[in-house]
Design a protein around this ligand. Structure first.
Ligand SMILES: [Zn+2]
Length: 137
């Protein structure tokens, strides 16, 4: 099932998963609610604008993007040492695994340099990590 949208999506742990498609995205849908759920409780808050930005980034890079952390409820965010008021707790941040063959520096540079196309607003810099943190707000 594909569910189109433009706004903030909220799911409980019991709600079924589905493919996400921003209403303004005409390409294929590559992201599923499953990937963005809180790893601790299964709940989800997700802005469709983040999904749109990730589809555009995927198209720019030409490789699948794996989300290693999407939504985090406040309990989980605190437990893993996330910053207070992190975009992860509001549904507009994702940690994206470094695509095969990409260093952190290169991946970060591409995300930053394509931000006017993708709509990504901020990119975190954690050079020792195997992901890049990106936000749509
Ligand atoms: Zn949780």
């Amino acid at each position: 099932m594909i569910v189109r949208g433009t706004n903030l999506l909220k799911l409980t742990a019991k709600d079924a998963d589905f493919q996400l498609k921003h209403s303004r995205w005409s390409g294929p849908s590559h992201f599923n609610t499953r990937e963005f759920r809180c790893k601790h409780c299964g709940e989800l808050m997700l802005h469709y604008d983040l999904v749109l930005a990730l589809e555009k980034l995927r198209a720019e890079i030409g490789k699948p993007l794996v989300i290693t952390s999407g939504y985090r409820c406040k309990v989980h965010n605190k437990a893993i040492g996330g910053v207070k008021n992190s975009g992860h707790t509001k549904g507009y941040a994702a940690d994206i695994a470094l695509p095969y063959g990409f260093t952190h520096k290169l991946f970060r540079e591409i995300i930053w340099n394509t931000r006017k196309i993708t709509g990504i607003k901020r990119v975190g810099s954690y050079p020792d990590k195997l992901f890049c943190h990106a936000t749509s707000e």
